[in-house]
Write a protein that binds this ligand. Structure first.
Ligand code: CMP
Length: 771
C-alpha cells in the first residue's frame, strides 16, 4: 500500500522548477517575515559577510575539494557546493534560545541563514545555467549575471513588499484577507522575478519578506500579526515536511546506485563544509569585531556555530530539482543528488543529535550564578504568592484550616529550599542587580508600547519608532549597563532624518506642511513615551522592588525619572508654543481610548447574547466611523504666517500698510527648535533675525544674554561685515523673521526709523560704526 503510494508520488512528473517554485518561496518568505530587519541592519556587516562571503567560500572550498576525487567536471562540484552552502538555522536558534544566548547572536544566525539561502540559490542558478546550456563557462559573464540577479532581485523585493504594505489598510483588518495577501506576495514576486524580469526570484522573495515584515508589523493589529505569524509557521512547516517526504521517497532509488566511493566523497564533503564554515567564523569574523562592526562572539559560540550548521529543506529542494533538470544527466546528476541528500542526512543525524552534548561540553548551558540567583528569587516570590492565594481561597470557601494547611505545606518546603541559598541581595552585587533591573525595564517597555499598539491609540509609525528605541535600550542595558541604557534612551530625543529633511525643505522652499507633520509626530511620540515611562515607574516600585531590593529599585527609579523629565521637557516645549494643538492631541488620544472601550463593551454584550447580530453590526459601524474620524492626526498650524509674525514684532508697528506689504516680501519666516544653535561664532553673516515668539540665548564668553519676542539678533555681522561674534541658541520653539544680507541695505534705506534702532542696539552690543 505504502509502496504504491510512494510509486504514485515519485512517478508524478515534476520538472526541476516545480520544486523550487512550490517550496522555496514559502520557506524563504517565512524565514524572512519574522526577522526584525531594523535590528538586523545594525549587524549588516557580519551578516552580509557570513551570508554572502561564506557562501562563496563554501562553494569554492567544497567544489575544489571534491573535484580531484569525484570524476565529474569542476562546475558540477561547484554546483554541489552551492547546494550545500545553505544552512538551516532552526536547530541552532532553538538551542540558543534555550540556553539564553544573547539575542544579537540569534539575530546573527537567523539573518545569516536567510541571506545565505538567497545567495546560494542565486549562485546555484548561474551554475546550473552554465551546465545545462553546455557553453564554455565564462567567469566574467557569470559574475555579471550574478550581480544583476542579486541587485535586480533586491530591488524587486523592496518594491513589491512596499506595495503589499500599502495595501494592508485597504483590507480593513480582515485577517483572512491579510493572510491571503501575504500568501500571494512571495509567489507573485518569485514568478515575476524569474520568468518575466530575469532577476533572481529567490532573492526578491527573501527581501520582500524582510521589508514586508518590517513594514507590516505596526500596520497590522497585534492579534492580526500573531495570526499571520502562526499561519506562516504552519505553511513553512508543511512545505519543509513535504520536501523531506519527497526526498525520503527518492532515497531507495538512490541507495541502489551508492558505492563505497560515494561514502568516501561524502566524508570529504563533510570535512570541506566544516573547514569552509570554520574559515569564515575564525578568520573573517575577528577583523570585523576589531573594526567594531560585529558583536564579539566567543570561541565556544563559534564552535557551536560551525558544528550547528545543519542543512535542511532548502538544500533538499535544490537537490530534488537537480534530479529533474534537463541538460544535466548521468553521473553528474547522480553525484550531486546522492551527495547533497547524504550530506543533509549526515548533518541531521550526526551534527543534529550531538549538538546539545557539544554545547554541554563547552559549558554554554550552565546557568550563570546570576541567572541561578534570579531563578531562586523569582521562584521564592511566586511560590509565596501561590501559598497566600491558597490561604485566601480556602478562607473564602470556608474550608477547614487543616485542608488549607495540607495544601500549603509543600509550598512552604519549597520556599524554604530556594531561600536557603541566600537572598539575591547577598548573592549578586548591586551592579549586576541594576543591570538586571534595567533589562527587565527595557523588556517591560517593549510590552507597554505593544499594548498601546493594541489599544490603537497611536499611529503605527510612532509605535515603530518607540519599539525600535525600546530594542536599542534593551541592547544598551545588556552591553553597557546604566550608561548604555541611558545613551540608547536619549536617542529618541534626536531629530530623525525625515524631520531634518522637512526642516531644510521649509528653509529653502518655504513649504510648511511636511515640517508641521514632523513636529506633530514628535508631539505624539513624546506623549506616548511619557505615558509609558509613568507606567514603568509604577512597574518598578510594584514588581522590581520586591525582587531586587529597595536600594536598586531606588536607583532604577532615578534612571526612569531622568528619562521622564527629558520627555516632559520636550513635550512642554512643544505645548508652550502650540498649546491648542497639545490639547487637541490629548483629546484625540483619550477619544480613541474611549472608542476602544465602547467597542469592547458591545463585543461582550454581543457574546453574552444580550444584543443581536444586526444591532451589533450597526453599533460597530458607528464606532468604526468615529474611529476613522479620530484616526486623522489634527493639523498643526506652525504659526509661521508672515503677516502674523510681523504683527508680533513691536519694531514694525509704526509701519504703514503698504510698507508692511513690502516688508513681507523681503522677510522669510523660520522656525527655531529648542537647543538649536541658530548662529555660530565665526561664521559669515548671511541674515539677521527678528524674534516674533519664543526665546533665544546669546552665548558670550563670560555670560549669556536672553532675548525674547520683539528682539533681534545677527545684525552685527551684517553691519560690519565681520564674522559672527557669538553663538545664538534657541531656548524654545521660536518663530523668527529672517532678513537676508542681500536685502539688508535696501531695507535699511527704505526704513530709516527701524535702521536707526538697529544701529543703536548694535552699537550698545559693541559694533563699531562703519562709515
Ligand atoms: P552677529 O555677530 O551677527 O551674530 C551673533 C549675534 O549675537 C550678534 O550678531 C548679535 O545679534 C548678538 N550679540 C552679540 N553680542 C551681544 C551682546 N553683548 N548683547 C546682545 N546680543 C549680542
Amino acid at each position: 500500500m505504502l509502496r504504491e503510494a510512494a510509486e504514485a508520488v515519485s512517478g508524478l512528473s515534476f520538472n526541476s522548477s516545480t520544486y523550487i517554485l512550490v517550496f522555496l518561496p514559502a520557506l524563504l518568505f517565512q524565514a524572512a517575515l519574522t526577522i526584525d530587519v531594523r535590528r538586523m541592519m545594525e549587524d549588516a556587516a557580519p551578516i552580509l559577510l557570513l551570508a554572502v562571503v561564506a557562501v562563496f567560500v563554501a562553494t569554492a572550498v567544497i567544489g575544489l575539494a571534491l573535484w580531484p576525487l569525484a570524476g565529474v567536471p569542476l562546475v558540477v562540484c561547484l554546483l554541489l557546493g552551492s547546494i550545500v552552502a545553505t544552512t538551516d538555522p532552526a536547530a541552532v536558534v532553538a538551542i540558543f534560545r534555550d540556553i539564553g544566548a544573547p539575542a544579537r547572536l540569534v539575530r546573527l544566525v537567523e539573518g545569516e541563514s536567510l541571506l545565505n539561502d538567497a545567495a546560494a540559490i542565486a549562485i546555484f542558478y548561474v551554475l546550473l545555467e552554465i551546465i545545462t546550456s553546455g557553453d564554455e563557462p565564462d567567469l566574467l559573464m557569470g559574475a555579471w549575471d550574478l550581480a544583476m540577479d542579486l541587485g535586480g532581485g533586491t530591488l524587486l523585493g523592496i518594491v513589491a513588499a512596499r506595495l503589499g504594505v500599502a495595501m494592508i489598510p485597504l483590507l480593513r483588518g480582515r485577517r483572512t484577507a491579510e493572510v491571503t495577501l501575504t500568501l500571494a506576495l512571495p509567489y507573485l514576486v518569485f514568478v515575476s522575478g524569474d520568468h518575466f524580469l530575469g532577476v533572481s526570484g529567490v532573492v526578491a522573495v527573501a527581501v520582500s519578506g524582510l521589508v514586508f515584515g518590517a513594514g507590516s508589523r505596526s500596520r497590522l493589529s497585534p492579534s492580526g500579526w500573531a495570526y499571520l505569524d502562526a499561519v506562516w509557521e504552519q505553511v513553512a512547516f508543511l512545505a519543509g515536511s513535504l520536501v523531506f517526504i519527497l526526498a525520503a521517497l527518492m532515497v531507495p532509488k538512490l541507495l541502489g546506485t551508492v558505492s563505497l566511493h560515494d561514502g568516501l566523497l561524502l566524508l570529504v564533503l563533510v570535512a570541506a563544509a566544516l573547514v569552509a564554515r570554520a574559515l569564515v567564523l575564525f578568520l573573517l569574523l575577528p577583523p570585523l569585531t576589531l573594526l567594531r562592526l560585529s558583536a564579539k562572539i566567543s570561541n565556544s559560540y563559534k564552535l557551536v556555530l560551525t558544528w550547528g550548521g545543519l542543512r535542511g529543506a532548502v538544500t533538499l529542494a535544490l537537490a530534488l530539482s537537480v534530479t529533474e533538470a534537463r541538460g544535466i544527466g548521468g553521473e553528474d546528476q547522480r553525484i550531486v543528488t546522492v551527495l547533497a541528500t547524504g550530506f543533509v542526512l549526515f548533518t541531521l543525524f550526526v551534527n543534529g543529535t550531538t549538538l546539545r552534548p557539544v554545547i554541554k561540553l563547552l559549558g554554554l548551558n550552565r546557568l550563570s550564578p546570576l541567572n541561578k540567583a534570579i531563578r531562586n528569587q523569582v521562584l521564592a516570590l511566586s511560590l509565596a504568592d501561590v501559598r497566600d492565594s491558597v490561604q485566601q481561597t480556602a478562607a473564602e470557601y470556608e474550608f477547614p484550616p487543616t485542608v488549607a494547611r495540607a495544601v500549603q505545606r509543600p509550598y512552604d518546603v519549597r520556599i524554604q529550599e530556594v531561600t536557603s541559598a541566600g537572598s539575591l541581595e547577598e548573592q549578586i552585587s548591586d551592579r549586576d542587580r541594576i543591570v538586571l533591573g534595567l533589562i527587565a525595564l527595557a523588556n517591560r517597555e517593549r510590552q507597554l508600547v505593544l499594548e498601546h499598539h493594541g489599544l490603537q491609540t497611536v499611529a503605527g509609525d510612532i509605535i515603530e519608532a518607540l519599539l525600535r528605541n525600546a530594542g536599542e535600550i534593551y541592547d544598551g542595558a545588556r552591553t553597557g549597563g546604566r550608561i548604555g541604557y541611558n545613551r540608547a534612551a536619549r536617542k529618541i530625543l534626536r531629530l530623525p532624518k525625515a524631520f531634518r529633511f522637512a526642516y531644510s525643505l521649509h528653509r529653502w522652499t518655504g513649504v510648511e506642511r511636511p515640517l508641521a507633520r514632523q513636529v506633530a509626530k514628535r508631539f505624539d511620540k513624546f506623549l506616548v513615551r511619557r505615558l509609558v515611562l509613568e507606567e514603568l515607574i509604577r512597574f518598578n516600585s510594584r514588581s522590581l522592588k520586591p525582587l531586587l531590593g529597595v536600594r536598586v529599585a531606588e536607583l532604577l527609579g532615578e534612571v526612569l525619572t531622568g528619562r521622564l523629565d527629558a520627555s516632559t521637557k520636550a513635550l512642554d516645549a512643544l505645548s508652550l508654543q502650540y498649546p491648542e494643538y497639545a490639547e487637541a492631541l490629548s483629546q484625540r488620544f483619550l477619544r480613541k481610548l474611549a472608542l476602544r472601550r465602547e467597542m469592547a463593551h458591545f463585543e461582550s454584550l454581543f457574546e453574552d447574547g444580550l444584543i443581536g447580530q444586526e444591532l451589533f453590526e450597526d453599533l460597530r459601524r458607528g464606532v468604526d466611523a468615529r474611529q476613522k474620524e479620530a484616526e486623522r492626526r489634527p493639523k498643526l498650524d506652525l504659526k509661521l504666517d508672515k503677516v502674523d509674525l510681523i504683527a508680533h514684532v513691536p519694531l514694525f508697528n509704526t509701519l504703514a500698510p503698504d510698507e508692511l506689504k513690502r516688508l513681507a516680501r523681503v522677510l522669510r519666516s523660520r522656525l527655531a527648535l529648542p537647543d538649536q544653535t541658530f548662529i555660530r561664532t565665526g561664521d559669515r553673516g548671511t541674515a539677521m533675525y527678528f524674534i516674533s515668539s519664543g526665546a533665544v540665548e546669546v552665548v558670550l564668553p563670560d555670560r549669556r544674554i536672553r532675548l525674547g519676542r520683539g528682539d533681534f539678533f545677527g545684525e552685527m555681522a551684517l553691519i560690519d561685515g565681520g564674522p559672527r561674534r557669538a553663538d545664538v541658541v534657541a531656548l524654545t520653539y521660536c518663530t523668527l523673521l529672517e532678513l537676508r544680507s542681500r536685502d539688508f541695505q535696501k531695507f535699511l534705506k527704505a526704513n530709516p526709523d527701524i535702521s536707526e534702532r538697529i544701529d543703536e542696539v548694535a552699537q550698545e552690543r559693541g559694533v563699531k560704526r562703519v562709515a
